[in-house]
Design a protein. Sequence first.
Length: 569
Amino acid sequence: MVLLQKQKIKLQGIKKKKKYSEIINIILSRTNLEERSAGILNILGVCKTLEKPNDTKNLSQAIYDFKIAFLREKKTPIGLLALANFIKASCDLSDLQKSEINFNEIITFYDESKCENNKEVQSSTVMVYRNMARVYGKLNENKKSLFLYDKILKSNLFNSYDLCSYMYLQCFETKWKQSDFFNFGKFIDKNLKHYPDEKLLKLVNGKKTKIRIGFLSADIRNGHSITYFLKTILSNYDKNKFEIYLILNQKNEDRTANYFKTLVDKTINIINKENVEAINIVRNLEIDICIDLMGMLSEHRIELFKNRIAPDQILWLGYCNTTGLKNMDYIISDHNLIKKNEQNLYSEEILYLPSIWNCHSGFDIKREQVKPPMIKNNFITFGSFNNLDKINDETVIVWSEILRNIKKSKLMIKSSINRNNNRLNKLFSDNGVIDSIIFIDRKKEFEDHMNLYRQIDIALDTFPYNGVTTSFEAIWMGVPVLTMKGFNFNSRCGESINRNINMDYMIAENKEEYISKAIELFEKPERLVEIRDEIFQNSISSSLFDINNFSNDFFKILSSVFDKQSNAP
């Protein structure tokens, strides 16, 4: 029996009731592939992705349905919607399988679908742009992602994730000044949804026996860098004075999430809650201070903070820049990151910690003092284990200049997340140093990853978006990090880290000094040995890993925020 186009209305009704298996059975039992229109194929594929979103077999079948739907109607709204779903499902499958997708086919389909000037398909086109930006992210093509987000913003069909992604991706580039981040943050605040008071529970600021602190994150999972820093304070606080609430926004709760639950008084998960319900759930907890660990990153819930879920709201750790939100009251920093005369470029009030803005809880990896590998190798090996997105064109040019000036030098590159390295391969080839580059696949075992630092003489920091976790890793293993001064929070993280281990020498004033310092350390191996000795001997006792002092400082600041709140008229 042929499933007629008019029966799509019936299927859509069933779909609203989330009876995905029923729809799949109706379509598969009553039609064959040739009889299915692009619209029916799209419904079929969507239902397969929703029925079992983490099932690779279902996802693969859905990808095929979306592909055929697009090929049947390439430039109609339905065809473009199918293409958007095809791209999204392909990316989801890539994430599940931790493998690359067929980028060439996706890009070919995208190139065939250009319909920017047709208003009838504008909504579907924006969905294609949004998902293609994700593809270019996987291809480490940040500029192309930004180009697409720019188109989305100009269409006025953007959502909160488009706004936040656009601002976050600008951190990797060199064009924006801090004033640009500040102004765009205000634009974000203006365009985030505001919910009327009658839909929300009243925000209570009642007297309690303890100060209630909430931490909101989507990243409390095995291996995520956030957990190493959050553990520092959740393992060391006065339980008689503070009550800690962990607010998760993540689908999977692994052993790491379960461990963190044991460190706090209460845990809730709002991943499946719409904004209004989530706001009311958190407000009902009567939290005094809520700390956002994501900002513009991850599966953020920035609109909750826009609508206020606690009397005081603080940004810390995950996103190292301003949000622009009027209701984000504070941002935690240190004096190396935000200068006094720059405070007006952050919408939040700055809370300065006395030494460093975060502290690492350390690693279960045996530390052994290792002499610079170049003494044995007769050549120097630089390394960068940062997210490949942080390695922009200017960074490649500077690193290439170093490699050209040091005979037989090597640069080991390994991304902290899965990324395609074709762009970097071409850039280093264009700069004539590809033979000096060693690309390392992401390691499954964390110990294998950490042991790679034993093969590195000097870690090269990225700019303007510095490394953070990777710098702590390198220093833990006794490897110095060469960084460069920046102009805002996220471009000065390397500077703050090095200053807190008295390694001012490893902070370059500019690109020229960055290059000259790298060359000088090669030419003076005795100086490199001295620096590595100092780092190995002194770093663990420094503020980078002093969890007790950091925790005391952190909660002292929270207490001052609470006191200010309590004494407000």
